[in-house]
Design a binder for this molecule. Structure first.
Ligand code: DLZ
Length: 163
């Protein structure tokens, strides 16, 4: 699931939102691309209040995202990359990150952007992380999705018109 079908939305003004980006540290070049994409999205959506928190690996994303989601942030963007090796470790880390981040969103009611790449090879990850030569920019996309979701949640809570 990638590439074609991603929405082409114009950045909206999110200057009122407080946003946390939590980023894993494995696979430095890919992570640098994802973090840069997230930061570009924050600027384009005029987010003035944001923090970047690093964690060791993607397995640690949910617990830190959960802590941030309960500290008043309007959106939490989780960034990581898991690359398949020769052991079942890949499945365990991917599932922990995916299930954990879904749970954080549903339990907290805070918008969580899912920017975790799960790839067979580093080449696939580099093609998706927004560096020169990439076809996709998943750090930007995950951040834009979290900001739009946070804006919608804010409107629902304030009983403002939707749509
Ligand atoms: C252990 C591990 C492995 C094998 N691969 C990755 C990876 O590709 N991407 C990633 O973000 N983290 C990886 N980790 C580390 C785990 O996410 C976690 O940090 C450790 O198991 C310690 O809890």
């Amino acid at each position: 699931m990638s590439g074609p079908g991603a929405p082409d939305t114009e950045p909206v003004d999110c200057h009122e939102l407080r946003v946390a980006v939590v980023a894993a540290s494995w696979h430095e070049q890919v992570m640098d691309g994802l973090v840069a994409g997230a930061q570009r999205a924050l600027v384009e959506h005029r987010v003035g209040n944001s923090v970047l928190v690093r964690v060791p690996g993607s397995f640690e994303l949910p617990v830190v995202a959960s802590a941030l989601a309960t500290q008043g942030f309007d959106a939490v963007v989780a960034l990581g990359v898991v690359i398949r090796g020769g052991t079942p470790h890949f499945e365990f880390v991917c599932r922990a990150a995916t299930d954990g981040l879904s749970r954080v969103a549903l339990d907290s009611g805070v918008a969580v952007g899912f920017g975790v790449l799960t790839c067979d090879t580093e080449e696939q990850a580099l093609a998706r992380c927004g560096v020169e030569g990439s076809q996709e920019d998943k750090g930007y996309q995950a951040t834009a999705a979290a900001l739009l979701t946070a804006t919608t949640l804010r409107r629902i809570k304030r009983r403002e018109p939707l749509g």
